[in-house]
Design a binder for this molecule. Structure first.
Ligand SMILES: NC(=O)C1=CN([C@@H]2O[C@H](COP(=O)(O)OP(=O)(O)OC[C@H]3O[C@@H](n4cnc5c(N)ncnc54)[C@H](OP(=O)(O)O)[C@@H]3O)[C@@H](O)[C@H]2O)C=CC1
Ligand SMILES: Nc1nc(=O)c2c([nH]1)NC[C@@H]1CN(c3ccc(C(=O)N[C@@H](CCC(=O)O)C(=O)O)cc3)C=[N+]21
Length: 270
């Protein structure tokens, strides 16, 4: 393997506002960078700043040669035009894969995006690393957001799975999940998926990270998934827990995308 000394990959995070959950996700990302030797830069902007100020911050990171990946933490304040801001990220530094051109190229199977969104990549990685075949499988994806549901359903189709997308307007979602070999839930609703929603032996990937009140916890809340784990674990052949399931793998994918981006700049292929 070719190694080069002196090149340090860099990840820049733009955080707007003071949402507690966003701040803690950003902390995990910064900690992940520290653990593997990626330099992290954080631009923290107040929730009442202008859209132009966010775009200026992105532009500065676009120009900075020590930055190989740029991530704008979502959600942005409601008044901001998310797509407009994400479009200013240089395509080569879009390690989240949310630039409209990267999203479009993921959808077009004749093209390849430069980067694939990290949570979607994490779901596929977990399945493939566990030896779970995707070709011809029926997969139910709960959620259709740009962050998780949409890219996951597109990626699954690239792996020749048959995909049903369930969203807030889907009637009788459990009839669809009960017919599915694999259920991937990213709705953001605690305990949405019950044991009775699953076919015997189904594989369950729980992307949801939902804070629920817990006076016994130091923070006053704890995280729970979209899936009722205690019920599902008796029906599923494999299941991811929350916490400690998809989340840490998502962070690993982000660090991997940042490393790939740096390698592209320094001309290394391995
Ligand atoms: N572990 C990880 O690495 C990550 C975890 N997450 C977690 O995943 C969850 C989803 O995140 P994100 O996609 O950003 O959230 P969004 O709120 O953007 O999207 C939620 C999606 O779920 C659908 N939905 C909501 N309620 C229901 C319901 N009752 N039945 C069926 N579908 C429903 C919505 O449908 P509609 O479109 O119709 O509104 C929407 O498409 C959150 O808990 C988040 O914290 C997110 C990213 C990474
Ligand atoms: N531009 C952008 N990119 C994102 O990737 C993005 C985003 N915005 N906005 C919010 C969601 C959410 N998200 C998570 C990532 C890791 C964990 C994670 O590691 N969770 C730990 C939690 C550990 C704990 O708190 O105890 C776990 O599940 O084990 C969770 C959620 C990324 N998102």
């Amino acid at each position: 393997m070719k190694r080069s000394v002196g090149h340090v990959p860099g990840l820049a995070v733009v955080l707007v506002g003071d949402r507690r959950d966003s701040e803690s996700y950003v902390r995990y990302k910064v900690k992940g960078c520290e653990e593997v030797g990626i330099k992290s830069l954080l631009a923290k902007l107040p929730g009442n700043c202008s859209e132009d100020e966010v775009m200026d911050s992105v532009s500065r990171f676009n120009e900075d040669p020590s930055v190989h990946g740029i991530l704008v933490q979502l959600p942005l304040p409601e008044f901001m035009d998310e797509e407009r801001i994400l479009s200013t990220i240089s395509l080569e530094k879009d390690v989240d894969g949310f630039h409209p051109l990267n999203v479009g190229n993921l959808a077009l199977r004749s093209r390849n995006p430069l980067f694939v969104p990290c949570a979607a990549k994490a779901c596929i990685e977990l399945l493939l690393q566990s030896g779970i075949e995707l070709m011809g499988k029926h997969v139910a994806v709960i959620g259709r957001s740009k962050v998780v549901g949409l890219p996951t359903s597109l990626l699954l189709q690239r792996h020749h799975a048959t995909v049903s997308v369930i969203h807030a307007f889907t009637t009788n979602p459990e009839a669809i999940t009960r017919e599915s070999d694999i259920v991937i839930s990213a709705a953001g609703v605690a305990n949405l998926v019950r044991g009775s929603w699953l076919k015997q032996g189904a594989v369950v990937i729980d992307v949801g990270t939902n804070p629920i009140e817990d006076p016994t916890s130091d923070y006053g809340y704890r995280l729970t998934g979209d899936v009722c784990f205690e019920e599902a674990v008796n029906v599923a052949s494999a299941i991811t827990p929350v916490p400690g399931g998809v989340g840490p793998v998502t962070i690993a994918m982000l660090l991997g995308n940042t490393l790939d981006s740096a390698k592209r700049v320094y001309g290394q292929s391995d």
